[in-house]
Design a protein around this ligand. Structure first.
Ligand code: C2O
Ligand code: CU
Ligand code: CU
Length: 479
């Protein structure tokens, strides 16, 4: 502990000087992020459970306008959950009954959508259930067995999701397993990645819809030059040499797809949207599309006092016309600082994490084709009064999702986790539960899903928020 604070103080001292030397936080997408003093990437606070009952988690969340300093030296008007960006983390266990007392103190309608959670339609927080300004609503659901993993919550108002998330409304969810195979002693980091763009006065830059910038955001998906980890720019995480940490990472950006790597080191990828894989996978990098989550083990493999950069590598999701000029730049997200303590022996990680039963392809009752073109799904824009796919509880289906344009579109399904069968005809190498799947330009993928419960109208959409808001969304009705 002591070592860490000393290192940070020294560091901030030297970097304060840098940012005092006339940085400005203008909006140009080609401008690199400014360098504020590094802060420890502390986990967002946990929502306080006010229930005295066993297996019950009862929390209060208020969404309201707030003034926060996201960029040093200026304050921004933001939308915040409980006054914070990101909002506090909902930390629950499988089997818990969750009650969220929500109050909307925003000047506009909103919802809370529990991204990735398997829950009743009424609690999905989709555009079907807006909460008016000044109104309250209780969200209630029971956390299912086998769903332990990393999720997140965010607003989902009709046409305004990109705006509301960009203003600061997003928070993490941890679902813990009754029988977690990972050692309980692993220190955990919850990291929510996002990006944003600011005007000189600190206000968050949302251009006029029909301006040149607005049109570019709409087609590209709004990106900003400032990369945030838990609302901090370039924070530090301390690790002891030999220590193993569990990092849960969420991509809360509107359009940015992260390609994550820890320079000079491999990572142990252990889980995705719906929790752990069957086995850990050693990787050099991880592609994290919008809305997607990753669970990975980071090993302190530097010697005492060493440091490594956790980075975002270039990834070309764009069409040439709107590709940002700096897209090929590798950007640092945070510093992994190894303490001066003597190395410890790394804790043993089990070779098998859990069993994921494959969904049965012989039970498939329908095969759907979902075509992504620019801004449209199967040639249509979203209409809440229309049902695009109609099915029944208990059905198992294959969806073939095809992206026919020259830009990536990340697919998301509400309410149900799916398994990926193949991508461009190549069988998926390992099983995972997913609710996000990036569909790269001019490619296709097949997923299998079973609607095992919960009738209702469930959205499926592109998770580039500008595309979703402009109608790249459809309705799946489960009866
Ligand atoms: Cu992250 Cu429709 O949701
Ligand atoms: Cu969702
Ligand atoms: Cu899209």
């Amino acid at each position: 502990m002591k070592h860490r604070s000393i290192a940070l103080l020294t560091l901030s001292g030297s970097l304060v000087a840098v940012s005092a030397a006339g940085q400005n936080y203008a909006t140009s997408a080609s401008r690199p992020a400014p360098s504020p003093p590094p802060r420890d990437a502390s986990n967002p606070p946990i929502l306080v459970n006010i229930s005295k009952l066993p297996k019950t988690v009862e929390v209060n969340i208020t969404a309201a306008v707030a003034k926060l300093s996201l960029m040093p030296g200026v304050t921004s008007e933001v939308f915040a959950y409980n006054g914070q960006v990101p909002g506090p983390t909902l930390d629950v266990r499988e089997g818990d009954h969750v009650i969220v007392h929500f109050r909307n103190n925003l000047p506009e309608p909103t919802t809370i959508h529990w991204h990735g959670i398997h829950l009743p339609f009424d609690s999905d927080g989709s555009p079907y259930h807006p909460i008016a300004p000044g109104a309250t609503h209780d969200y209630e659901f029971t956390v299912h067995a086998g769903t332990a993993g990393t999720y997140w919550y965010h607003p989902h108002p009709d046409h305004r999701t990109g705006f509301a998330i960009g203003k600061g409304l997003y928070g993490g969810i941890i679902v813990r397993a009754a029988d977690d195979p990972l050692p309980a002693s692993l220190p955990e980091k919850f990291l929510i990645l996002s990006d944003n763009r600011f005007l000189q006065d600190g206000s968050i830059d949302f251009p006029e819809a029909h301006s040149q910038h607005g049109i570019k955001d709409e087609s590209n998906g709004r990106e900003g030059p400032v990369l945030f980890v838990n609302g901090e720019v370039m924070p530090t995480i301390s690790i002891r040499s030999g220590e193993v940490q569990l990092w849960r990472i969420v991509n809360a950006s509107a359009g940015r797809i992260f390609r994550l790597s820890l320079a000079g080191h491999t990572l142990l990828h252990v889980g995705s949207d719906g929790g752990l894989f069957e086995k850990p996978i050693e990787v050099n990098e991880i592609l994290l599309t919008t809305g997607e989550r990753v669970e990975l083990l980071v090993r302190g493999s530097d010697p005492p006092g060493g440091r490594s950069a956790f980075q975002n590598l270039p990834y070309d999701r764009y069409v040439p016309q709107t590709r940002p000029a700096d897209w090929e730049m590798t950007r640092d997200l945070l510093t992994l600082q190894t303490t001066n303590d003597a190395p410890v022996t790394p804790v043993a990680i089990p070779a098998t994490l859990r069993k994921i039963v494959p969904l049965d392809t012989t039970k498939v009752t329908a095969v759907r084709t979902i075509v992504f073109s620019q801004g449209l799904i199967n040639g249509k824009a979203m209409d809440m009064a229309r049902v695009d796919v109609s099915t029944t509880v208990g059905a198992t289906e294959i969806w073939e999702i095809e992206n026919v344009v020259g830009m990536d579109h990340p697919f998301h399904l509400h309410g149900f986790q799916f398994q990926v069968l193949d991508r461009d005809g190549v069988a998926e190498k390992y099983r995972a539960w997913k609710d996000m799947l990036n569909i790269p330009k001019h490619s296709s993928a097949r997923i299998i899903v079973r609607y095992d419960d919960f009738p209702g109208k469930w959205m499926f959409h592109c998770h580039i928020l500008d595309h979703e808001d402009h109608g790249m969304m459809g309705v799946l009705e489960v009866k």
